[in-house]
Design a protein around this ligand. Structure first.
Ligand code: XMP
Length: 507
């Protein structure tokens, strides 16, 4: 697969550069800026991009890439701070300028390669404090703005380009075209990144693995796709474990079991541990304590299984690329397999090495892979569900009655959204229950019943969220169904706090 490697100099947009390039089917990977030439060579890149970053090339602690990278004879595109690095490296001058933040009009001076197809001018997104004052010899200016005379420069002979603006940000018009020109026309990268090839190559790599593999599956898309890929490669040497902790959505345990046993035919062991979890949760009301108990109990159940059914050499996980980057594990070339011990609180003596076949994928790429692997669509579009399950959607102690209310009312919320064709348009939707009660009238009788809180939110990445402006008629239907169908519920409320200051889950 052809690859563009992006050196990360710390810009908040670095990640987006990879994202945009992958969107036009060229594989791109983010690596730390201080990667050695040897490591970079192992990637066999078709071209290199220097990301932006908050530093100034003249700072004594400025992140500077290995000088050898400039001698690799590969096309380089510097963005913002990366642009200034190029100017500095080839003998030009960078100076402190007035901070420029926002959209500027970029006039195109030469539209031969990097800026071809862009027209005479475009809006370009600027976010910088320094700028190129003198461009190095052998470079020409190919684009300028009112305040930055060298907003885009090129040394075509060297294949080196620098742009002061951010093409990866949607506010830059035709930004993707500029990245495309670099990747396709200048680097000659092939558009061969697709999920079919990814699956084929990953299965080929995984099939070389020796020893048994243990995979905890939750029924969520990430662990399911990870398990299916590994299963394709090693068959029954993969053992999937599903822990029913009693805190899942209504009927979820049997749905997951059916899917793995009947649709996928993988080696699958359900562990019915609801009693253990619920017993440990008895009398506990503190949210953090509940989370801790669920986490610890999961590790005990999982460890017991591994001990009885092992030895296992590998622990498979559905870690995705954003997790890898966020946790800083990207320091080093991201590969299919990464070994380290004692992950996620599992005991050291199990000596499990970690297998993360999805560690280079974004969520939407996992969804595409899932489709190819015949994962049912209802699982592909299913909303995220917290690891501690209903323990965080039940306020106060987790009791059988509150569990039942949370399960059935959440199912009503989901069903009504599906019926209104809104389920896949919202980020998450559920109903929570606590200990508060309110008076209602059922038939002719006065009744003191539970209050159910419906929470439906829109979000892009769960970092922020807003409550969904659901049609009133639909809210009414949800409320009526919950009070009619669940005996103990008298009132339904709708949570209209955004995140922040609230969070998506109530606990
Ligand atoms: P909050 O409640 O923090 O949730 O706004 C943000 C997103 O994370 C999910 N969530 C969790 N997921 N383990 C998980 O795997 C957890 O402990 C957990 N807590 C919250 C939540 O559902 C939302 O999508």
């Amino acid at each position: 697969m052809d690859k563009i490697v992006v050196l990360d100099f710390g810009s908040q947009y670095s990640h987006l550069i990879c994202r945009r390039i992958r969107d036009f089917s060229v594989y791109a990977e983010l690596v730390p800026f201080d990667i050695s030439v040897d490591e970079l060579t192992k990637h066999n890149p078709k071209g290199i991009i220097f990301s932006g970053g908050p530093s100034s090339v003249y700072n004594s602690d400025a992140p500077i890439p290995s000088a050898e990278i400039f001698k690799m004879n590969l096309p380089i595109l510097g963005i913002c701070y990366g642009h200034q690095l190029i100017v500095n490296n080839y003998g030009g001058k960078v100076k402190r300028a007035n901070k420029e933040y926002g959209s500027s009009l970029l006039s195109i001076d030469n539209n031969e390669d990097l800026l071809s197809g862009i027209g005479e001018s475009v809006r370009a997104w600027m976010s910088h404090g320094d700028e190129a004052e003198e461009i190095p010899s052998g470079f020409e200016i190919i684009g300028h703005t009112e305040s930055a005379k060298a907003a885009a420069i090129a040394s075509k002979d060297r294949g080196v380009y620098g742009i002061q603006f951010h093409p990866e940000v949607v506010h830059t018009e035709l930004g993707t075209e500029i990245l495309k020109n670099f990747a396709l026309k200048i680097c000659n990268a092939k558009q061969d990144w697709n999920m079919e090839t990814f699956i084929e190559k990953t299965v080929e790599k995984l099939s070389k693995i020796e020893g048994n593999i243990l995979c905890g599956v939750s029924g969520g898309i990430d662990s399911t796709v990870a398990a299916l890929l590994i299963h394709k490669a090693v068959g029954d040497r993969l053992k999937c474990v599903f822990v029913d902790n009693g805190l899942l959505r209504l009927n979820e345990e049997s749905e997951v079991e059916d899917m793995f046993k009947n649709n996928f035919k993988v080696n699958f062991t359900p562990i019915y541990a609801a009693e253990r979890f619920l017993e440990k949760l008895q009398g506990v009301t503190d949210p953090e304590k509940k989370r801790k108990i669920v986490g610890e109990e999961f590790i005990s159940v999982f460890t017991e299984f591994a001990e009885k059914n092992g030895p296992f050499k590998w622990l498979a996980q559905g870690t995705l690329y954003p997790d890898v980057i966020e946790s800083g594990v990207s320091k080093g070339p991201a590969s299919v397999i990464k070994s380290h011990h004692n992950v996620g609180g599992l005991p050291d003596w199990l000596k499990l090495e970690v297998l993360e076949p999805l560690r280079n994928l974004y969520k939407d790429e996992v969804r595409k892979a899932a489709k190819i692997l015949d994962v049912p669509n209802n699982l592909i579009i299913r909303h995220p569900f917290p690891g501690p399950g209903l323990a965080v959607r039940i306020i106060g102690e987790v009791t059988p009655k509150k569990l039942e209310i949370a399960k059935v009312s959440s199912k009503i919320v989901e069903d009504e959204l599906i019926g209104a064709d809104l389920y896949d348009k919202v980020w998450q939707a559920y109903a929570a229950v606590g200990d508060d009660k309110a008076v209602g009238v059922v038939g002719d009788e006065r009744k003191y019943g539970n209050i159910v809180m419906v929470r439906i939110v829109d979000s892009i990445d769960a970092m922020t969220a807003d409550w969904t402006r659901l049609p009133h008629g639909l809210l009414e239907k949800i409320s009526n169904r919950i009070t009619n169908e669940i005996e103990d519920v008298t009132w339904v409320t709708y949570a209209i706090s955004s995140k922040p200051p609230a969070t998506i889950e109530p606990q």
